[in-house]
Write a protein that binds this ligand. Structure first.
Ligand code: CP3
Length: 334
């Protein structure tokens, strides 16, 4: 059994598997090289040969325990007919969603549009670099996708003013998102993903009294669905006020924490395997600081099933040498 599955299923605490969010990305010169020749990010995500190569790039350098498929959470709005562009120094920019068109989109049309993503997973899953390792498929949580669909760009700290003006429409979109996200998850698993992560990057933007309707209920539906496929599911509700309440309501196999969560607090409040936490900024420093800060997580989670990761995606300005140092340090710690 792979170290990750052993940690999750057998609650093994003797080894701490490690991978890093956004590990296939701009901090790697070999990624930037491909990216330079492929200025259209969405087209790159739909190029399964290159996407598979990018997915495996970090595993050629570092002894990570998992790869995560090179794709994006915004492939779902794209599959539902919304235009998605990535602009330099701005981030994602989405067109208006045509809600009439959304009503008529069939499963086949959706799957056809995203078929290169599944092709990427098939090509990647059989690689020798993944022997005894996992391949993460992923989706955005319905709430975070709703944020992008309505806000049409990254919200930074705040949603557009009219965000909640048509609640009935929001609830309708959430329902459609749950339906199509299940299809996307199923196709990823059938193509070779051995674990699924649900990214709720904008969970922190909601008021507590809206959690039930916009976060807990739709996410729980997805969690149940992944579990029904006999694949473990990791949830990352970034910035949520109360992680233990989230775990009780949603019941994932693993909870991934952001860098504002104190390791001891989460250890005291949940009993499922835990992932992540280290502030990505720590990787911009030096080996000594990296050692000191990552040790805090390794010590607190010594007797708890723990998957080493960051509290959000790795920053593009990170030196690959620092990642190398971190991976070796974590692997040799116990
Ligand atoms: O290595 C991996 O983690 C796998 C691939 C992955 C990407 N995006 C590739 C990517 C994953 C898991 C994502 C998830 C994703 N995408 C999230 C959830 C995680 C998070 O960061 O909160 C979100 C919110 C998105 C939407 C998105 N895509 C944003 C906000 C951006 C940044 C835009 C920018 O200009 O920095 C992206 C782009 C993106 N997705 C990149 C990568 C490697 C950078 C693209 C580039 O080269 O310019």
């Amino acid at each position: 059994m792979s170290p990750l599955q052993n940690c999750i299923k057998n609650k093994d605490t003797t080894k701490k598997p490690i991978w890093i969010m956004r590990q296939a990305g701009r901090y790697l010169p070999e990624f930037r090289e491909i990216r330079k020749k492929n200025p259209d990010f969405i087209k790159l995500c739909l190029n399964s040969n290159l996407s598979s190569e990018i997915t495996l790039q970090p595993l050629k350098r570092f002894d990570f325990d998992a790869a995560i498929i090179f794709s994006d959470i915004l492939m779902i709005p794209l599959g539902l007919g919304q235009s998605v562009n990535f602009k330099k120094n701005f981030g994602p920019e989405l067109g208006e969603m045509d809600f009439e068109k959304l009503k008529n989109i069939t499963t086949n049309e959706f799957v056809e549009k995203l078929s290169p993503v599944y092709e990427t997973i098939k090509k990647t899953a059989s690689s020798n670099l993944l022997k005894q390792k996992d391949l993460f498929g992923f989706v955005g949580a319905p709430w975070t996708l709703l944020v992008y669909i309505i806000n049409r760009k990254s919200p930074k700290n705040k949603l557009v003013d009219h965000f909640f003006s048509d609640k009935e429409l929001l609830i309708y979109i959430l329902k459609e998102l749950v339906k199509f996200t299940k299809i996307h998850i199923k196709k990823q698993i059938d193509s070779g993903a051995t674990i699924i992560q649900i990214f709720d990057s904008w969970a922190g933007l909601l008021n507590k009294n809206d959690y039930e309707e916009y976060i807990y209920r739709p996410t729980q539906e997805l969690v149940k669905f992944v579990k029904s496929q006999n694949v473990p599911v990791v949830c990352f509700p970034r910035g949520i006020k109360n992680y233990s309440e989230f775990c009780k309501a949603v019941n994932p196999n693993v909870i991934s924490i952001d860098y504002n969560v104190k390791p001891q607090d989460i250890l005291d409040s949940v009993d499922i395997p835990i992932q992540g936490g280290l502030d990505p900024k720590i990787l911009l420093t030096n080996p000594e600081t990296i050692k000191k800060e990552s040790k805090k997580y390794l010590d607190v989670f010594k007797d708890h099933p723990y998957i080493f990761n960051l509290g959000h995606g790795i920053l593009p300005e990170t030196k690959p040498e620092n990642v190398d140092y971190l991976v070796k340090f974590v692997k040799n710690y116990y």
